[in-house]
Design a protein around this ligand. Sequence first.
Ligand code: FMN
Length: 139
Amino acid sequence: MLSVIYISVADPLIGEQDIAALLVQARRNNQRDALTGALIFNGHNFLQLLEGPADKVDACLAVIRSDPRHSGMVEIRRRRIDDRAFAEWSMLYDPNFRGHDDSLSRLAASGRLDPQDALMMENFIALGRRRPQGAGTVD
Ligand SMILES: Cc1cc2nc3c(=O)[nH]c(=O)nc-3n(C[C@H](O)[C@H](O)[C@H](O)COP(=O)(O)O)c2cc1C
């Protein structure tokens, strides 16, 4: 399996309602394609992890890349995996993932993971240990 993390710049007009609609679409497709992952949004940037069968992950990323709801998508981590980090989440969304806005903006500007981003990445991946309740949005 493959796991990819990317960062992108959200369309400035995007709000929580648009994200709710996006998640309905994403979760439906991801269930069909055996994809799992997580998404966060800090008001400016999306950070998303997508994992599953390599061909499905890449096909989905190609579709996501051309989505006008964001731009400037940069992959910051791509690795082969044996175990999923978000096995129970067709797409976890945590609107309260806060405290890492500096890391997110720096990452969006540089497109490269720095040692300073380690804590954010750790906290991001740790979201996958939560158990889904209801719609899959953590609140
Ligand atoms: C930040 C972001 C994350 C997305 N994540 C996913 C995803 O995980 N899975 C997915 O199928 N579509 C995702 N999408 C939506 C796709 O770009 C595309 O609109 C959708 O897959 C089309 O679905 P449809 O063929 O059912 O109309 C995402 C879009 C954005 C902007």
